[in-house]
Design a protein around this ligand. Sequence first.
Ligand code: GLN
Length: 413
Amino acid sequence: MLTMPIPEYLQEILDNVHDNTSGEVADYIPELKAADPNPLAVALCTVDGHIYSAGDDSVEFTMQSISKPFAYALALQECGTEEVFKTVAVEPSGEAFNELSLDGENRPMNPMINAGAIAINQLINGPDSTVEDRVEKLRAYFSELAGRELTIDRGLSDSELTGADRNLSIAHMLRNYDVIADDAHDAVLSYTLQCSIKVTARDLAVMTATLAAGGVHPITGKTLLDARVCRLTLSVMASAGMYNEAGQWLSSVGIPAKSGVAGGLIGILPGQLGIATFSPRLNPKGNSVRGVEIFKQLSEDMGLHLMSTEQVSGHAVRSITQDGDTTYIRMQGAMNFSASEAFLHAIVSHEFSGDTVILDLSRVLTFHPVATRMIKEGLKRIRDAGYSVAILDPDDVLPDFTFSDGTLCRQLS
Ligand code: GLN
């Protein structure tokens, strides 16, 4: 059986950022201040439900602000866009996450800052809901997205509530302007419990993949959100998910994202995959230092920047057929990360027989550099497993035929 190179690549990325110990763990929540600053993890989940991860991928941490986009999506799904827009706007504030601010219509600027998130939390489960029922609804929903039962870290929420003056003042401001009806303490309790739901990097990757896939869960295939809800959630993440670092983030990484003060960071490439990292030390804007580094590298290496103008492909593996001792793998369309992942996934799941494998690129249009590397790596592994491999490339779309070990792949004319 062949092995999948993506986890090795993810491990390499973690190795590259491992020694960067700059930044500080969040210090305004006593339990977070005392947290181990060292865990490091990355996980990906494609819209087809293939999960890849490396590092401390099963260490649990609290979602904190990463809960905001998921709560926003649930509010949109439950109440509809119109009602949600009446409560919270969709303008980037360019402000810190805990700023006390409202727009000209006395609405929080967006659902990614605390003012917006506290107001959104209050929309869940109807106006008469108790705090416990509202939080249970969120916990159950997040669990369905993650594919396992998530729990709440009540020690963490108690610890946060001992010094929640900032969020309490935001809640009082919201109540003063009739944005929320609940008692300010209940509103902050409800929001803080939402923030204290525990996940791993792998959970977050699976949860984000549903948003990437227009609301269809990548593993169960269940439709959990409308595609329009996902689009709107991703839009707000793109413009405001990284607070006052949002502009710089969109320029350098170029994907909708959300960070949390416990050190989690998620990113979503629409139609392709969800990504999550975990590393607790934060930069002065409250975003994970090594998480930001990992995302910059992934975006660059994997061609994930949304504003890049390359085509997105689907059904990249046209067919795998057998003719005597020869296996033909026919690819089609634009070769990007997803297309190469589909190729690698297909070859590691395939039972090869005979002695020769031919990769047919006659229907391939373009090769992103990541696809050149990944597809050649897959071919090399087939060769190393004892097959004679060759490439049919009549239109010269593959820029070079050299494997990572310097040997040359045979080209058919
Ligand atoms: N619970 C935290 C707070 O409200 C979440 C903030 C964050 O993750 N940026 O302060």
